[in-house]
Write a protein that binds this ligand. Structure first.
Ligand code: PEP
Length: 247
């Protein structure tokens, strides 16, 4: 039985003052069965640790360098994130892929760097609207996963999470239907089963893309949906906690 995971992605939002109330509310309100995490901007990792340490809410970052250390101005390494107590880090979020040139190869290197530092990578995959309309969703998602499998092997996914995030559903208010999402989640699990039945059975595959309190329960009720990666709704404590409760 896979424990559901609900991870918030704050993206580039927040301030010390605003975060304090949000972190405290999530810490005090996340009392259900699902594992809960928040992925905050780098400057707020210390604040997340101070507010959440000792609670059942984990914290993490939204990106990591593929390098361990060195002359890479502006980058943050996995060991730095581990220093701040991060448990999770997102890799390959569609905004990183489309705005910052994170290719499949870069994402694969970031995934490996995160694991080397002891972090749990949350590998984000998903197709654009044009790709869905062209009928190549499965092909795109499989290509994104295969790049990481080729670099790290299926065994690495015993300590990783996958998030299916159709690009056309992120921040758009347009959610994949539970059936559409389930279809891709099943395909993802089947891809892992080709390499390792054990890894495929244990792997948590999250859905992300305009998840809200009102649609979370039906999405999370699908057999291959093991929780959610939540953007906009993770910035409002009541909304995020309602989604956590639905999981
Ligand atoms: C995300 O940021 O990964 C995301 C899914 O955003 P939203 O929930 O706002 O669509």
């Amino acid at each position: 039985m896979r424990t559901k995971l609900v991870a918030g992605n704050w993206k580039m939002h927040g301030s010390l003052a605003a975060n304090a109330g949000l972190l405290q509310a999530v810490r005090d309100g996340a009392t259900g069965k699902a594992e809960v995490a928040v992925c905050v901007p780098y400057p707020y990792l210390a604040q997340a640790r101070a507010e959440l340490d000792g609670s059942r809410v984990a914290w993490g970052a939204q990106d990591v360098s593929e390098h361990a250390q060195g002359a890479f101005t502006g980058e943050v390494s996995g060991s730095m994130l581990a220093d701040f107590g991060c448990r999770f880090v997102l890799v390959g979020h569609s905004e990183r892929r489309s705005f910052y040139g994170d290719t499949d190869a870069v994402v694969a290197a970031k995934f490996a760097a995160a694991q080397t530092a002891g972090l749990i990578p949350v590998l984000c995959v998903g197709e654009s609207l044009a790709e869905r309309e062209a009928g190549i969703t499965g092909e795109v998602v499989t290509r994104q996963i295969d790049a990481v499998l080729a670099n790290s092997g299926a065994g690495a996914f015993a300590r990783a999470v996958v998030a299916y995030e159709p690009v056309w559903a992120i921040g758009t208010g347009r959610t994949a239907s539970p059936q559409q999402a389930q279809e891709v989640h099943a395909l993802i699990r089947a891809r892992f089963a080709r390499d390792s039945a054990e890894v495929a059975t244990g792997l948590r595959v999250l859905y992300g893309g305009s998840v809200k309190a009102g649609n979370a329960a039906e999405l999370f009720g699908q057999p291959d949906i093991d929780g959610g990666l939540i953007g906009g709704a993770s910035l409002v404590a009541a909304d995020f906690l309602a989604i956590c409760a639905a999981a």
